[in-house]
Design a binder for this molecule. Structure first.
Ligand code: NDP
Ligand code: X2W
Length: 313
């Protein structure tokens, strides 16, 4: 029987992972006394006893946890880190199984896997297949807009929105240096830094990520069908990432996939005016965090995919 320790299991992402893993017959979740949950000695002792440790901690604490695990030498567990700390670091595998051919196998055999950021999951899902297909050049000047529910900011942002003092909607990332940019550039295979302006709305969870394109500025001059076909070719119809038929009458709201581990991709546009919009919809706590972590844990531990079983039922 495989065993997992969720370091940070009381936090937003940790709780979501726990809920998804509880009740499984192929896995044991090990925990430490809640009073000792920040005690390095207790955490290190638990790490020595499990197959996989899932880090659901702020970045600095995640770095410390990796150092604790590495002190165990040959007894060190495999690590899945939900934080931003190691996403572009050498020696770590990026935990986005659908991103490219071979990525799921790379995750399955990796010792250290980094779970993607929620926004990054949407952006990379939209652009990586198009860059790989030569439809978007690596140095194309891209802009990315996105809106997330406030749970994306973890316990502190949840508390600040739920005390009633919060605004209805805020743009942020206005220093043009959002923490997801490095992973978006690296795994989106971009040679030019995109403009990324996220926003947060006064609702708990769910997100939309959109990438506008001027078709005439793309050297391959793709039509809307070319963009959609490249995405459909990349993502199998039965997977957790689905390409969905769009309609100009759509009104997309961000909460439709809440509670699922799915992501929907759509292509909008008008060829007569040469404009297109790529849109991803996902639950920031599902495919954007805890759902992706469970998918990665299943791959790393060689367990059956519960999300795939649910989708097939
Ligand atoms: N929320 C989201 O949508 C997403 C979050 N993430 C990432 O996941 C990680 C966790 O985020 P999230 O769950 O939102 O954050 P939360 O703030 O909700 O949870 C973090 C948890 O870690 C605990 N913690 C803090 N320091 C330590 C420590 N030194 N030792 C043990 N436990 C500690 C906190 O306890 P206490 O509250 O008592 O300090 C809290 O329970 C972050 O790195 C975040 O970037 C990734 C994808 C999406
Ligand atoms: C609304 C909000 O604040 N969202 C978070 C991102 C949440 C997430 O997925 O990111 P990490 O996994 O990288 O923490 C932010 O913009 O910093």
């Amino acid at each position: 029987m495989k065993s997992v320790f969720i370091d940070g299991e009381a936090g937003t992402t940790g709780l979501g992972i726990r809920e998804r893993l509880e009740g499984r017959s192929d896995l044991v979740i090990r925990s430490i006394d809640p009073e000792r949950r920040k005690d390095p000695a207790a955490r290190k002792a638990m790490m020595a006893e499990v197959d996989l440790v899932i880090l659901c901690l702020p970045d600095a604490a995640a770095r410390e946890a990796v150092a604790l695990a590495e002190e165990l030498g040959a007894n060190a567990p495999r690590i899945l880190d939900a934080s931003t700390a190691h996403r572009t670091e050498a020696g770590w595998t990026y935990g986005f199984a659908e991103m490219a051919k071979g990525q799921a196998d790379a995750i399955a055999s990796a010792r250290k896997v980094s779970n993607p950021g929620c926004y990054s999951t949407g952006v990379i899902a939209l652009i990586r297949p198009l860059v790989d297909a030569g439809l978007i050049p690596a140095d194309h000047p891209l802009s990315i807009n996105a809106v997330s529910g406030y749970s994306g900011g973890g316990r502190q942002m949840i508390e600040s929105f739920e005390t009633g003092k919060a605004s209805s909607f805020e743009l942020y990332g206005l220093g043009f240096a959002h923490k997801h940019l490095p992973e978006i550039e690296t795994y989106g295979r971009l040679a030019a830094r995109p403009i990324f302006i996220p926003s947060v709305g006064n609702y708990r969870q769910g997100m939309l990520v959109s990438v506008p394109l001027h078709l005439g500025a793309l050297p391959a001059r793709p039509g809307l069908r070319d963009l959609e076909a490249a995405l459909r070719n990349h993502y199998p119809a039965e997977g957790q990432v689905k390409v969905v038929q769009s309609s100009p009458d759509d009104r997309l709201e961000p909460e439709a996939l809440n509670g699922t581990d799915l992501m929907e991709l759509r292509v909008y546009g008008r060829e007569d005016v040469g404009q297109a919009l790529l849109v991803a919809r996902l639950d920031n706590l599902g495919k954007g965090a805890s759902g992706a972590a469970v998918q990665n844990a299943e791959l790393m531990l060689g367990l059956a995919s519960e999300a795939a079983t649910r989708a097939a039922a």
